[in-house]
Design a protein around this ligand. Structure first.
Ligand SMILES: *Cc1c(COP(=O)(O)O)cnc(C)c1O
Length: 702
């Protein structure tokens, strides 16, 4: 019997459970209510359930299930015949060290803010599935990213609940002496200490550095409080701990990475620590640079110059003073490595430039973003024509097992070998689809949309309760109970992502009369669900949220346009599986890739997007809709106007009529044809298994 308790503990302490539907169901079954209350966190769940109860609960059926998933996890962890074993044995022996300022692995581990983190989380999961020896490096943010509330005016308010290590599946890392492993990092004149934690993600390990420990003064303890919190000083301190501390940690663990992968420029200081190690071994600076670049690969994610991290000469001088003293690196040499214009002493230190100069390869995250990046950084490569600038691309993907809703997973198991088959190749996906009737597919759509709509109802009841503004979306009926405003019979659009202004969340409201007519068409109605957080310093983004909430209160939109607070991985999973159409209208070409649209395919949703990021590669005319043809106008007003008109035209003339065109069994045959095309063309291509294989063969293996 003790074994059962140990099994539960074991399952809860490896995030593998988060992409295994059966294990997730098992935890939920222990207490569906608690499961919701603890934000789907099994460690916390088990803290609330006594061993007596656990033992009593294990009747035959439950015990069998527990044994089965426990064995499944053991088999997974022990498997030797992996893709990497066959195709990259060198990367089974020596690890890939993957540095990222954020990791979005599961909603219960709040160390991410948005797409970059979700990508890192999906990357590490696929690396585990494929059998790479893979180590992630990040920071342990005690307060994580904020929890979003809206006040009565629709203005975003931020709250920072603390996450306690004892409620997370993380362990302190200890050194050979059995004591806590503490990594010292020099910042300014101070030696700052970081505790190392470990989080197990399937076979992969994620290490988290944490400066929130007693020897540090308060201003250094805070380095690891919040994801992207604070000012420039905080930013550089975080990046020093991540990059330099991360390399020191790997060294202390005795790891010899085959390759260091920088996911965005935040971690580029890792190259400086690698340089220091090379110089300490007696190499010249030139030799050291060669050696370091031969070990590093870099992925850039930012298609606009202003988005890249830059630090002033003074700030660099202040922060690296003591560190450089014993490193053998001259300050001016360091500055030259990160300057766009090395001859200008006032040139800022740019993390991306450092990363580009000290990597053996660099890439953007979609075909279009590769092109944009080559143009943006051509000036660093004198005399090199733009098409030969050494920045390639690997298009982002998503970890399909994590994003498949429980019912979707079951659905595909019923008609095929499961999502493994559907995501393997277009041919295999088509084969699976051949055994699915239109009736089955339509049933899947209804079921997922019903789940979403029920979820939204519970969620906004809570949300409005604390806002004391029930009137926002809900009508009270004569019995004074509220009605679910949404209906699964209605075409449902989702729009959810960070509220960075370039994503233009309010674009669809540009012509309120026209939108009002579209939404309230009695025979072909429409409903829209929004969600998303603005960065705490981004007042323009918060203003977008406020506007949308204000529009949602207009009589013509009431109950038909909903804003869900506190977008996170959990809310995302509900939305992407339930909506019919996923809207994405960024200002081209600012969406480096985007991944949220990739999440809907497996569930039978369709993309409606500006041809930006991954979408121009994926769109074939049949598997969704593009807004415009990628025209870029100088005048942002004109751009918004043209894009909005195009958006309304497609909505009115194509999307809505296709959705409501039904056969004699009330099935939208043409719509489902598009859905089939989207599943077959998107699911097998835009996933992180394909992406990580591509990173491995193109960049990780020399
Ligand atoms: C997928 C995802 C993102 C990325 O969305 P984009 O539309 O690609 O920017 C951001 N946040 C969460 C919570 C996600 O799940």
């Amino acid at each position: 019997m003790r074994k059962y308790i140990a099994d539960f503990q074991k399952l809860s302490r490896n995030l593998w459970w988060s992409w295994d539907t059966e294990t997730k169901e098992l935890f939920k079954e222990l207490s569906p209510l608690l499961w919701e209350r603890v934000n789907h966190n099994p460690v916390e769940l088990l803290r609330h359930i006594s061993n007596d109860e656990l033992l009593a609960r294990i009747d035959c059926e439950f015990g069998e299930k527990l044994e089965r998933v426990s064995r499944k996890m053991d088999d997974y962890l022990a498997a030797k015949d992996t893709w990497a074993g066959k195709n990259a044995p060198g990367l089974v022996k020596n690890p890939v060290a993957y540095f990222s300022a954020e990791f979005g692995i599961h909603e219960s581990v709040r160390i991410y803010s948005g797409g970059l983190g979700v990508l890192a989380g999906d990357h590490i999961k696929s690396a585990s599935d494929l059998g790479l020896n893979f180590i992630g490096i990040t920071l342990f943010y005690k307060e994580g990213y904020f929890r979003q509330y809206l006040n009565q005016d629709g203005w975003q308010v931020e709250d920072y609940p603390i996450q306690y290590p004892e409620c997370l599946p993380i362990e302190k890392v200890t050194g050979p002496d059995g004591k806590d492993l503490i990594i010292p990092v020099e910042i300014g004149q101070t030696e700052v200490f970081a505790q190392a934690w470990k989080l197990q993600v399937g076979r992969a390990r994620l290490y988290l550095l944490d400066t929130n420990i007693p020897p540090n003064e308060a201003n250094y303890r805070n380095i690891c409080s919040r994801v992207y919190g604070g000012d420039q000083t905080m930013r550089i301190n975080q990046e020093i701990v991540l990059g330099i501390g991360g390399v020191k940690l790997l060294h202390a663990l005795g790891e010899q990475p085959a390759v260091y992968h920088m996911n965005e420029g935040h971690s580029a200081f890792l190259t400086v620590e690698l340089l220091r190690n090379q110089l300490a071994e007696g190499r010249t600076l030139e030799e050291a640079k060669q050696e370091v670049s031969s070990r590093c690969v870099f992925t850039t994610h930012t298609p606009v110059p202003a988005g890249h991290d830059r630090f002033s000469r003074d700030m660099m001088h202040y922060s690296f003073d003591k560190y450089l003293e014993q490193s053998g690196i001259q300050f001016d040499d360091l500055m030259r490595l990160g300057s766009e214009n090395p001859d200008d002493p006032n040139s800022l230190f740019t993390m991306t430039v450092l990363a580009l100069r000290l990597s053996r390869s660099a890439n953007g995250v979609s075909k279009l973003h590769g092109e944009v990046s080559r143009e943006m950084w051509q000036h660093l490569y004198e005399g090199v024509p733009v098409e030969e600038v050494p920045i390639g691309h690997i298009t982002n993907g998503i970890h399909m097992p994590s994003w498949a809703a429980g019912f979707t997973d079951t659905f595909w198991k019923r008609f095929s070998d499961g999502i493994e088959q559907v995501t393997e190749s277009q041919e295999q996906a088509e084969k699976a689809l051949a055994s699915v009737s239109d009736q089955d597919l339509w049933c899947l759509r209804y079921r997922l949309k019903r789940n979403l709509i029920d979820f939204v109802y519970r969620y906004i009841s809570n949300q409005l309760f604390h806002q004391h503004v029930y009137a926002t979306y809900m009508e009270e009926d004569s019995s004074r109970s509220t009605k679910n405003p949404l209906s699964p019979d209605v075409l449902t659009i989702g729009f959810a992502r960070r509220f960075a202004t370039y994503k233009r969340a309010p674009l669809i409201f540009r012509d309120l009369d026209r939108l009002g007519r579209i939404i309230n068409n009695p025979s072909m109605p429409l409903q829209i669900i929004f969600s998303g957080k603005a960065h705490p310093h981004d007042d323009a983004g918060k203003e977008f949220i406020r506007q949308i909430v204000e529009y949602a209160r207009l009589p013509q939109f009431k109950g038909k346009i909903i804003f869900l607070e506190n977008y996170n991985l959990g809310v995302a999973k509900r939305l992407i599986s339930g909506v019919d159409v996923w809207l994405n209208n960024p200002l081209r070409p600012m969406e480096a890739s985007g991944t949220s649209g990739q999440k809907i395919a497996l569930h039978g949703g369709l993309n409606f997007s500006i041809p930006d990021g991954w979408w121009p590669e994926a769109h074939n005319g049949e598997n969704g809709w593009s807004i415009g043809h990628g025209q870029q106008f100088e005048n942002p007003e004109e751009q918004d106007q043209r894009d909005a008109e195009e958006l309304y035209d497609i909505l009115e003339n194509q999307i809505i009529p296709t959705y409501y065109e039904r056969n004699e069994h009330n099935i939208p045959v043409k719509w489902l044809k598009k859905v089939r095309n989207a599943i077959a063309t998107i699911a097998p291509e835009y996933n992180t298994h394909r992406m990580v294989r591509e990173y491995t063969t193109k960049y990780y293996l020399k």
